[in-house]
Ligand binder design. Structure first.
Ligand code: GLN
Length: 225
């Protein structure tokens, strides 16, 4: 991708899935959010141009492995499974899975209480993995979070399992739904690069450290959360 004559990479392609507010979402046709500003600051720090490629979440890892993109920033959890195919940077955010239900439903205090319920997850998300491991759950897979939320509001499913911050965002913008008290395991969000791109991995980690030290990272947290 984008090499100049002297062999230095001038531009990299950054894959995301802009359906994950407040990390990445579309506003007036532009990809905005915490991740988008973080990668913008990282690229300035490294001295490289970036071009955002918006695609489906489950298309991100295959695109990276095929080197169609140089990296991913997409609120992506650095799971052991994914580490087999890509390299992750140091983490930049800690999250967990939560359960969204209709307001009328009694509280759900543990993930095991999803047994016997119809639960919406988004294809390929960590929530999908977590819920699919629980016996006796009727899992319904969606391509996008907002579609699952629509079905929840229409009473077609009992719950949706999703990352904490996007869940809060859905609650803010939709009546009649709430977050249950059950808390999933901690998940670390990290950026991904392809296996042999150690150079980019190290540059990103270094830039991330600088942004954490100089207050830029905290400024972004304050702005978006
Ligand atoms: N953190 C979740 C995962 O990695 C969801 C990420 C996302 O939708 N952007 O699967």
């Amino acid at each position: 991708c984008g090499s100049s004559d002297d062999g230095n990479v001038k531009k990299i392609y950054v894959g995301t899935n802009a359906e994950f507010a407040p990390f990445e979402f579309l506003k007036d046709g532009k990809t905005v959010g915490f991740d988008m500003e973080l990668i913008e600051e990282i690229s300035k720090e490294i001295g490289i141009d970036i071009e955002i490629k918006d695609m489906s979440f489950d298309g991100l890892l295959p695109a990276l492995q095929a080197k169609k993109i140089d990296m991913i920033i997409a609120g992506m959890t650095s799971t052991e499974e994914r580490k087999k195919s890509v390299n992750f940077t140091n983490s930049y955010y800690i999250a967990n899975q939560v359960i969204i239900t209709a307001k009328e439903l009694g509280n759900i205090a543990t993930f095991d209480e999803l047994k016997g319920k119809k639960v919406g997850v988004i294809l390929g998300f960590t929530g999908d993995v977590v819920v699919s491991k629980i016996d006796g759950v009727e899992v319904k897979k969606y391509n996008a979070g907002y579609v699952a939320i629509m079905d929840l509001k229409a009473g077609k499913i009992d719950a949706v399992v999703l990352d904490s911050e996007p869940a809060k965002n859905f609650i803010k913008n939709n009546d009649g739904i709430k977050i249950a008290s059950a808390k999933g395991d901690k998940e670390e969000y990290a950026m991904a690069v392809y296996k042999d791109n150690i150079e980019l991995l190290e540059k990103i980690n270094k830039a991330l450290m600088v942004l954490k030290e100089n207050g830029t990272y905290d400024g972004l947290l304050k702005k978006w959360f």
